[in-house]
Design a protein around this ligand. Structure first.
Ligand code: NAD
Ligand code: GLY
Length: 360
């Protein structure tokens, strides 16, 4: 087994470790102490549970443990799924010292985390992310949520996990399309604040696509370290953390309007980052060449960079108006000054947005 890397999310008494290593699920002696209390509920989905749940459950031989499996996909981030979790916790007799363990991608992590935030006003949870996207983004930082038909993540809570256990060997079973979706969030870290990492990604794209273990572990560690720093400085997104949403206002709107599940989250974010970079160039905030470099890198990774032609532009703009970053009805977007230099821009004119959405 390779070395295990440990990164801390520094939040005072709520600080927690992110462990990154090959084969970590089976190395439960490293992380089992993060699971406190008598009751453990393992939440997973129908694809991931058959692959990894049995190994995870071995860790809980001293607990009263149960497992709940949901259909794979965005539709499981729902109140209905949440209710099923509450029913299971009630049936177990779970009290305040119970722990929820999320085993899966961002859908399972967000859903399980939200349920953990709500049950008895907040119980412990541990993230075991199994998609690249969840490893580099959603499992870290405590954003939890479910969706409404009107938009993604509209109901949620900040609730930090006790630990994040990243077993990179689980990526072996992930499809190429899902891997590429996660790479979009990796590119985001370079785009918003780490020009050096952006250059590394340009140089190592083929190694990542070939699933080179060292390249993947490096990309995961750089991403987690960057996110851990941002979360430690701005846990509840009063400022800097909003930069992590580069491309997301466009992306979330594209996901909602195209129908959840049509575009993968990372695919929507890849298109959204291109739109944000194009808008930045249109508004003379950033050089057009940096937009070209971003688009080229995303295309090298096999990610989409253009808005699907069938989408109704006005519906996309309407969905963007629901974004949580907006203030007093004014659109606030994360744009950039160029690679590695994202910033919050308030009061963006809808006509400018319409312009980049409509441009061929
Ligand atoms: P996902 O959870 O739907 O997983 C993608 C697919 O991969 C699913 O079909 C799943 O069953 C399958 N899968 C997962 N791990 C696997 C493995 N190791 N082997 C084989 N199949 C596997 O999608 P995702 O891309 O991981 O997450 C997207 C979600 O994350 C969205 O809901 C998004 O809003 C959320 N998100 C949250 C945050 C946050 O900060 N909380 C950040 C980014 C994204
Ligand atoms: N994924 C954005 C954030 O965690 O803030």
């Amino acid at each position: 087994m390779n070395d295990v890397q440990e990164i801390s999310v520094a939040l005072g008494t709520r600080s927690y470790p992110i462990w990154i290593g090959d084969g970590l699920i089976a190395q439960s002696e490293r992380w089992r102490d993060s699971v406190r209390g008598r009751h453990v509920l393992l939440i997973s989905d129908e694809n991931v549970a058959p692959l990894y749940a049995a190994e995870v459950l071995k860790t809980f031989d001293r607990h009263a443990a149960s497992k709940l499996e949901f259909p794979a996909g965005e539709l499981s981030k729902s109140f209905e799924a949440c209710e099923a979790i509450f029913d299971a916790l009630a049936e177990m007799g779970a009290s305040r010292d119970a722990t929820i363990v999320a085993l899966g991608g961002g859908v399972i992590g967000d859903l399980a985390g939200f349920a953990a935030a709500c049950w008895m006003r907040g119980i412990a949870f541990v993230q075991i992310p199994t998609t690249l996207l969840a490893m580099v983004d959603s499992s870290v930082g405590g954003k939890t949520a479910v969706n409404l038909p009107q938009g993604k993540n509209l109901v949620g809570a900040f609730h930090q996990p006790r630990a994040v256990v990243i077993d990179t060997s689980t990526l072996v079973t992930l499809s190429d399309r899902e891997l590429r979706s996660g790479i979009a969030e990796v590119v985001k870290y370079g785009a918003i604040a780490n020009a050096e990492f952006f250059v590394w990604l340009e140089a190592n794209a083929n190694a990542l696509l070939a699933r080179d273990a060292h390249a993947l572990a490096h990309a995961i560690a750089v991403s987690c370290r960057q996110k851990a720093g941002v979360v430690a400085r701005d846990e509840t997104e009063q400022g800097e953390r909003a930069l992590l949403n580069f491309g997301h206002t466009f992306g979330h709107a594209l996901e909602a309007v195209s129908g959840y599940g049509q575009l993968l989250h990372g695919e929507a974010i890849a298109i959204g980052m291109c739109l944000a970079a194009k808008l930045s160039a249109t508004m003379n905030l950033a050089p057009r060449e940096d937009f070209d470099r971003l688009r080229t890198l995303l295309r090298t990774f096999g990610l989409p960079t253009d808005i699907p032609g069938s989408l109704d532009i006005e519906a996309v703009i309407a969905a963007m108006r629901l974004d949580k970053k907006n203030i007093s009805g004014r659109l606030r977007l994360i744009l950039w000054r160029g690679i590695g230099r994202a910033e919050i821009v308030g009061d963006v004119a809808e006509d400018d947005i319409r312009g980049v959405l409509s441009a061929p």
